[in-house]
Each structure stands twice: as C-alpha cells, then as structure tokens.
Design a binder for this molecule. Structure first.
Ligand code: SAM
Length: 241
C-alpha cells in the first residue's frame, strides 16, 4: 500500500533502482575525489552521507580511507548497502527530518536528495538537523540540480526501456516543483509514481542556508568543480560551514 509521501514509496521499490541503474558511478567517484581534495579532508574525518541510497558514494569514500556512515529512509536501499559494511563503514535507516543522534565532521547530501517536501519548513528542518549534526569546524556538501538548466532543457516526454520494462516518463514544472510522472507495466500490473523536487535556485538555497546559520564557502557547477553559472551548469554544488 502506498503512503502519503511519494519519496517513501518510490525510492523503496526495486523499479526505482532499475530505472536509474545506469547512474554514473565513475562520475560520482570523480566528484568525491575532487571534493575531498578541495576540502583537504583528513583521514580521521567522519563523514555522514545522507541520504546515501545503496551507498555508492559512501562505499567509495570509505575506500579512500574515511570513516563513513550512510543513512537513508529506504529500508531496501540500506539492506543492499549493508553488504558493504566494515569497521569504518556503517549504514542505517534514518529520516533526515529527525534529529541526528551523533555529530559528524562532514555531511554530504548528494545527487538531488532534497526539496521533496511541500512545506519550506521541512526543508529548513533538514538543514537545521544537518547544521546541528556537524562538529564546530564541520563542513556541509550539498549537491543539487541546477533548476534553471532543468527548466531550459525540460524533456517533456520520454520512453526508456530498462531490463525489459518500458518506462513512460513525462516532465513538467508546476506550482514551484519539477515534476516527473513515471508509468510502466511490470509484474502483471500497471504502476505509476511521481517524483517532485522543489524548484530551488541558488538565491533560495542561500536564504535557506543562512536562516539555519550556514555560511556558503564555495559554489560549483559540476563534478569537476568548475564555477557555478545558472545558465550553463549541470549542477548546483554548495560547500557551507
Ligand atoms: C535521488 S536519491 C539519491 C541517493 C544517493 N545520494 C545517490 O546519489 O545514489 C534520493 C534518496 O533520498 C532518500 N530519501 C528521501 N526522503 C528521505 C528522508 N526524508 N530521509 C532520508 N532519506 C530520504 C531516498 O530513499 C533516496 O535514496
């Protein structure tokens, strides 16, 4: 049975992992290498990857020598991630709207893992939790989509066949959200899910971050850490303390 929150249901299905299976791990690893070098993160750093999904960034960061905790709302994703656990790599189910139990030297929120909630108060609550969950010199790495680019290049209709499933996808920008409708037939049933990500640009993110006491130190526009440009950048990457 579906819950009231699309992100609780959709991200916990096996279909979500099928649709996005071609996600570029090499690109994710290049980003992680670049960001830890930029931040000169010491090997004693404890990083929280929130939300971590199946742990693709967390596992790689741990392989570089960092102590890493990955947390995500999706039980299925955490169960898959747990297969990689070791003494310095742990995974747990956690809702980012809940207060953290521990403090971390760095919190990474990667690959558009924000802006899912209707009310701005919930966005702020997450950022406040992250702020409170950081040590005094702790750093926040925030990797979001570049809303202006998404709007400019919106593919309104798309058909994608992955593992024999035909996903029919439509996209629109509506009431301040970038909305993606996904429908498909699988396992003898019709399915439909909707992803909704708030249209958040640098200005709005800056307001959010300042409200909870963060100071932006860098903004980048891609995983190679080139500067952010709202017209040309693929990503909006913010480093804040
Ligand atoms: C776009 S995925 C990105 C996951 C991961 N960072 C990656 O790059 O593979 C977004 C993730 O957010 C998680 N999520 C959604 N709402 C959440 C919440 N309230 N608390 C914790 N995780 C949540 C989903 O389960 C999903 O794994």
């Amino acid at each position: 049975m579906k819950t009231k929150d699309w992100f609780t249901d959709w991200f916990n299905t096996s279909y979500y992992h099928i649709l996005y299976k071609e996600r570029n791990d090499t690109e994710a690893q290049v980003f992680m290498k670049n960001i830890v070098a930029l931040l000169s993160l010491d090997k004693s750093t404890h990083i929280l990857d929130l939300p971590c999904g199946k742990g693709r960034h967390a596992v790689f960061l741990n392989s570089l020598g960092y102590r890493v905790t990955g947390a995500d709302l999706s039980e299925n994703s955490i169960n898959l991630a747990k297969k990689h656990e070791n003494d310095t790599l742990h995974f747990e189910v956690q809702d980012m709207r809940a207060v953290f139990k521990n403090k971390y030297d760095a919190v990474f929120n990667l690959f558009t893992s924000f802006g899912y909630f209707e009310d701005d108060k919930e966005d702020l609550l997450i950022l406040q939790n992250i702020k409170n969950g950081l040590t005094k010199e702790g750093v926040f790495v925030f990797d979001f989509l570049n809303a202006a680019m998404v709007k400019e290049n919106l593919v309104t209709k798309e058909k994608k066949v992955v593992d024999g499933i035909t996903f029919n996808i439509t996209r629109e920008i509506s009431n301040g959200f970038i909305v993606k409708h996904i429908s498909f037939f699988a396992d003898t049933e019709n399915h439909s899910y909707t992803e909704r990500v708030k249209y958040l640009d640098l200005e709005k993110m800056t307001t959010y971050l300042e409200k909870v006491g963060f100071k932006i130190e860098h903004t980048f526009g891609d995983y190679q850490l080139n500067s952010f440009n709202s017209k040309h950048s693929n990503r909006l990457i913010i480093v804040a303390k």
